[in-house]
Design a protein around this ligand. Structure first.
Ligand code: ADP
Ligand code: MG
Length: 713
């Protein structure tokens, strides 16, 4: 009896011990597996320097990066076919017996292996394979499973260079449905699949980070399940619940980072700026126009940010011509009034100069000292400016990227304004917020119309003010479309306009966008117009030196030319109040948002603007639709939404060039619902800071974890 009690006792201890050990290993293994995902790809078998380089081309550096390169299709090898049922051209898997070799005497001729099953015969053809190798993989009289595309040649079925061969008894181990990956040259499918297989083998389910509610909304599938599925199941597509789960993960990871950044920045305390409305009222009175209600509201929003004890991190978003500059200059005046310095940066010299001129005009009656700095300022001048900044003899510095060089130091910078900032991603925004130091408020301005679905996912780290209203007097631009043959009518029209004293833009798209700029069409059009318009025509394109470009733009600004022919390089943001006609050739080549921005170049004064879209004959249905949308609306945000629907995300203006296309998997059109759910979800998460830890793995998966740590002032 005693013995059995003892035995029972020991057995139990033993079981308990094993259980604890089991759980311990399970947890340990899990965390090891997840460490493994964040190691360099070089830890995988079969990855040497050459493969590392090739993978890098596809932006794959860590093991986890492999997972986001989803297959673009699958080859189904799951059905074995008998030789009487072959279909020419179809990828097929067969089980056959090797019966005869036929090796050529001459080099360069293919080797042939004749195989059969009970229903027929087939030739397996090899180019460039050695006899020894063929004998090894296809031993005589054995059964093999072979897969490849069926051809028919001289009345016989063949498979040439089969995709795979295994001996029939190993057949069970072979993947029957084979994923196809889009790869770069030199990286074969076979290599890639081997890597993916290594990774998939190690994956188990991590602890779920979404709560049940959200999971229910997005299809109730686990992370690991989803990963397996998208890589291995041929039924998969981006509407499947597995793909959606992963896309949701990605959207949320983006929102999490932005919301954390925002939270951190909002906690930064600064010295409040102290000013009253006296100066700005005085400035506003001096305008020859009234501010719109919308502008006044935005100015108030900015003022209360400036006066608060927390750092401002605000985006001013407004369509082209909505009057952002004035708003920012009033903010500048207030900050200067409260004894701080201000910097305003524009992306190009000519735009910066225009802001500078406007500011000089506006602040003429004040004692605010303004300077201009760009890369082409001469070195003595630069030194003077640097000195004056430190001595605070300059209150307001306007210029290009040169403002942010190391040797440009301010005495007490209180506000940085960045115009047309659509080329900034979240990392650069963080850099920027650090640069000015603790007491420096930040105002970004952008005319890039962001589709509504995306605002949170792209600018969730900032407060956003929007200028929706257009200045009162401004008439909507009239948009017309004409076939190219009617160019004579257009010439008559613009001659009339020029006679009235207006100016004209003539835009020719680049012919080969991918290759080096090809502006031959623009050059030709320039020559043609020169003949018709007594030489008062200018030309700018990407092949010109900067000085030459600036000279042309200035010629246009000071009206010594009437028509400016250009490729799309007309600088964003420059104000040409006297230009009121824009002709856009081959308008099908542009996206809707881009067309909208282009036409925003005209009609900026009080006069009626006209945009003429030229097209080649026989418009497609889609092209007609596009023209209709442009004709019917002057609202940049509406057009951005439509643009995205028509062309898909990624092509919309600003994304490709800007690097703000942060999504690998999610697609704002296909997954609009997911963006909405995430927008709700993030609010709950924000309120529940304690639980934030559970998203660590998710953030790491999408490379977001360290961004949050970068923001420290
Ligand atoms: P954007 O928002 O594209 O930067 P700008 O600030 O350059 O636009 O303004 C475009 C033009 O409209 C400028 O000539 C500017 O002086 C003028 N403007 C701005 N606000 C008003 C307003 N409330 N009423 C009339 N004109 C305005
Ligand atoms: Mg502007």
């Amino acid at each position: 009896m005693g013995r059995s009690v003892n035995y029972f006792f020991f057995e139990n201890v033993f079981i308990c011990h094993s259980l604890i050990k089991y759980i311990y290993y399970k947890i340990m293994n899990q965390s090891k597996i997840y460490d493994f995902l964040f190691k360099e790809v070089s830890i995988l078998n079969g990855v040497g320097n050459k493969t590392i380089k090739l993978l890098k081309k596809k932006k794959i550096e860590k093991v986890s990066d492999l997972l986001w390169n989803f297959p673009h299709g699958f080859t189904d090898r799951s059905n074995l076919q008998t030789l009487d049922k072959l279909e020419i051209g179809k990828i097929t898997t067969i089980k056959v017996k090797v019966v005869k070799y036929n090796f050529p005497r001459l080099r360069n001729l293919p080797s042939k292996v004749i195989c059969e099953d009970e229903y027929g015969k087939i030739d397996i053809i090899f180019f460039n394979s050695r006899e020894g190798y063929i004998r090894k993989i296809l031993p005589l009289d054995t059964y093999v499973v072979i897969s490849g595309k069926i051809n028919y040649f001289k009345k016989k079925y063949q498979i040439t260079n089969p995709a795979y061969i295994v001996s029939a008894n190993k057949e069970d181990y072979v993947n029957k449905i084979i994923p196809k990956y889009s790869l770069t040259e030199g990286l074969t499918e076979k290599i890639y699949r081997k890597l993916i297989e290594q990774v998939l083998k190690k994956i188990t389910n991590p602890k779920e980070w979404h709560n049940e509610d959200v999971l229910n909304k997005i299809g109730n599938v686990s992370w690991a399940q989803s990963i397996f599925n998208v890589h291995q199941d041929k039924e998969n597509n981006f509407k499947s619940k597995f793909y959606k789960r992963l896309a949701y993960d990605e959207i949320l990871a983006n929102l999490l980072v932005l919301s954390q950044v925002r939270k951190k920045i909002k906690k930064f305390k600064k010295e409040k700026k102290k000013f009253n409305n006296y100066l700005s009222n005085q400035l506003i009175e001096n305008f020859n126009f009234e501010l719109t209600k919308n502008q006044t509201n935005v100015i108030n929003e900015i003022n209360s940010d400036l006066q608060s004890e927390y750092k401002m991190f605000r985006l001013l978003q407004g369509d082209v011509g909505s009057g952002k500059t004035i708003v920012s200059l009033i903010a500048a005046a207030n900050v200067i009034k409260s004894n701080w310095q201000v910097a305003l940066m524009a992306p190009t010299e000519i735009l910066a100069k225009q802001h500078y001129n406007l500011a000089c005009k506006l602040f003429k009656s004040t004692n605010i000292k303004i300077s201009f700095l760009s890369g082409s300022s001469d070195s003595n001048e630069k030194k003077m400016i640097q000195k004056d900044l430190i001595d605070k003899k300059i209150n307001f510095l306007i210029g290009t990227h040169a403002l942010f060089q190391k040797n440009v130091q301010f005495k007490n910078l209180g506000l940085v304004i960045i115009d047309e900032q659509h080329k900034f991603g979240v990392r650069q925004r963080i850099e920027l917020s650090k640069k000015g130091g603790r007491n420096c408020d930040i105002l970004l301005m952008s005319a890039t119309p962001i589709p509504r679905t995306l605002i949170l996912a792209i600018y969730g780290d900032m407060d956003v003010s929007r200028l929706i209203e257009k200045p009162m007097y401004r008439k909507d631009i009239i948009t017309l479309s004409k076939p190219e043959e009617k160019i004579d009518e257009i010439l008559i029209f613009i001659k009339k306009q020029i006679k009235k004293g207006y100016q004209v833009f003539w835009v020719c798209p680049l012919i080969e966008e991918s290759k080096k700029l090809d502006y031959s069409a623009a050059v030709e059009k320039y020559k043609y117009l020169m003949k018709n318009f007594t030489n008062k025509v200018g030309l700018i394109h990407g092949g010109l030196e900067k000085e030459e470009k600036n000279r042309m733009l200035n010629n246009f600004l000071n009206k010594s030319i009437d028509i400016l022919v250009s490729t799309t390089v007309i600088e964003v943001g420059i104000d040409f109040p006297n230009a009121n006609v824009i002709i856009i050739e081959n308008s099908n080549k542009f996206g809707l948002s881009q067309l909208h921005q282009l036409r925003g170049r005209v009609g900026r004064g009080a006069n009626q603007g006209t945009c003429i879209l030229l097209y080649k004959k026989n418009l497609s249905e889609n092209a007609k639709k596009r023209i209709k949308i442009l004709k019917s609306s002057n609202d940049g945000f509406f057009i951005a939404d439509e643009d995205m629907k028509l062309r898909g995300f990624g092509d919309v203006l600003g994304y490709k060039q800007s690097g703000i296309k942060d999504f690998k998997l999610a697609d704002p059109i296909q997954h609009e619902d997911l963006f909405k759910i995430a927008g709700e979800d993030i609010k709950n998460i924000e309120d529940d800071e304690k639980n934030f830890k559970r998203y660590n793995f998710l953030l790491k998966l999408f490379d977001k974890a360290d961004i949050i740590n970068e923001i420290n002032l």
